[in-house]
Design a protein around this ligand. Structure first.
Ligand SMILES: Cc1cc2nc3c(=O)[nH]c(=O)nc-3n(C[C@H](O)[C@H](O)[C@H](O)COP(=O)(O)OP(=O)(O)OC[C@H]3O[C@@H](n4cnc5c(N)ncnc54)[C@H](O)[C@@H]3O)c2cc1C
Length: 326
């Protein structure tokens, strides 16, 4: 639709763009003029990259308190910025927190809501059309948003990043959006920084190596393979319930939903509650000593074997190939 404005929420850590940010900008260019919502400071270092990926305008929102960073606050901010610039489509990354933001925003603005989308485009009538995948990506669904406004949360790794054909120098507009804590019904009483890790965020990682009960509590080979591949470490609920790894690593129905390009499950049976969180991964590799394990039904590549033998061999070979390439 000519003249459409699409507002993209760009997540960042103190000015460093989070993984899916450029994927969102790439997708947004097909929907209209790209406006970015940038919450907080740290914009200067990222502006060039945003321009290279087609941002026409960046709306920097100064935050007036820690509550503004919570989902109800972010939803209010996006509602106000989208209203101010006349954006009928809002795009954000389909993370756990952003799905709540998207739902609140859609409810407040009467927009159609799609989460976990694997693609987004404009239909012939100008309406937003999304693509979703189901049943281990064996089905692809296309759905049209039937109202004028749309809020779409796009899965990480769904769209390959492509720089804009013509880079822009984004115009920056600074907004002061009031988000009164008492209206949000929440108050932040403390913040604790999570211990840093060199590994990518689980929900955004392109490669995830997952350990299950088959590790018997020893995640060292899972972590080592993840590090050899530059990936994140995930786990089944059994592994987190046993205290072998933190609950943040749990993938599945009651854990994180992931859509990496490569998922490797080691000592994971492939129970339905686990599949719910990983079955739309691009390529699924399973390492399991039981050839009847259900995970082999959805695996693209299966290794029947002991994970303590297979994973170190794989890690050593990957390191050898990388060293040969260097
Ligand atoms: C309401 C509800 C919600 C749930 N939510 C989740 C969720 O979000 N995520 C989740 O993961 N689960 C969830 N579960 C639990 C889920 O049903 C399964 O119990 C769990 O996923 C099984 O974990 P697992 O594959 O590690 O263990 P198991 O099912 O016990 O499988 C272990 C596998 O390891 C293999 N193995 C053993 N030793 C080795 C070895 N040395 N080398 C190679 N393979 C080996 C075995 O052959 C077996 O296939 C939920 C359950 C319920 C009821």
């Amino acid at each position: 639709m000519t003249g459409s404005t699409v507002l993209v929420l760009v997540d960042h850590h103190d000015g460093t763009l989070r993984g899916p940010a450029l994927e969102l900008l790439t997708a947004a260019r097909g929907l209209g003029e790209v406006h970015v919502a940038w919450l907080g400071d740290g914009l200067d270092g990222a502006l060039g990259l945003l321009g290279e990926h087609g941002a026409a305008v960046v709306h920097q929102v100064r935050l007036d308190g820690p509550e503004a960073r919570l989902a109800p606050g972010v939803a209010q901010i996006l509602e106000q910025v989208a209203g101010a610039v006349g954006a009928t489509t809002v795009l954000l990354s389909s993370t756990f927190e952003n799905k709540e933001v998207a739902a609140r925003l859609a409810l407040a603005t009467g927009a159609g809501l799609v989460v976990d989308a694997a693609g987004v485009e404009r239909g012939v009538d100008g309406r937003v059309v999304t693509v979703q995948q189901a049943f281990a990506a064996t089905w692809t669904l296309r759905g049209e948003v039937t109202v004028e406004k749309a809020v779409v949360a796009l899965k990480p790794n769904a769209v390959p990043v492509v720089p804009a054909p013509t880079p822009t120098t984004p115009q920056v507009q600074v907004h002061d959006v009031a988000v009164p804590a008492d209206l949000l019904g929440v108050r932040v009483v403390g913040r604790t920084e999570r211990a840093g890790s060199d590994r990518p965020e689980l929900g955004e990682a392109q490669i995830v190596v997952t350990g299950g009960r088959g590790t018997d509590g020893d995640f060292s080979v899972v972590e080592d393979l993840a590090d050899a591949l530059g990936g994140a470490v995930g786990a089944t609920r059994v592994a987190t319930d046993e205290g072998w790894i933190s609950h943040d690593a749990q993938i599945g129905q009651t854990g994180v939903t992931i859509s990496p390009k490569l998922y490797i499950g080691a000592g994971v049976s492939g129970a339905v509650h686990h599949r719910g969180g990983m079955q739309s991964s691009g390529t699924i590799v399973a390492v399991n000593s039981d050839p009847e394990a259900p995970i082999f039904e959805i695996a693209d590549f299966g290794v029947v074997g002991d994970l303590f033998t297979v994973l170190p061999q794989a890690a050593a070979e990957i390191r050898r190939l990388r060293a040969a390439d260097a």
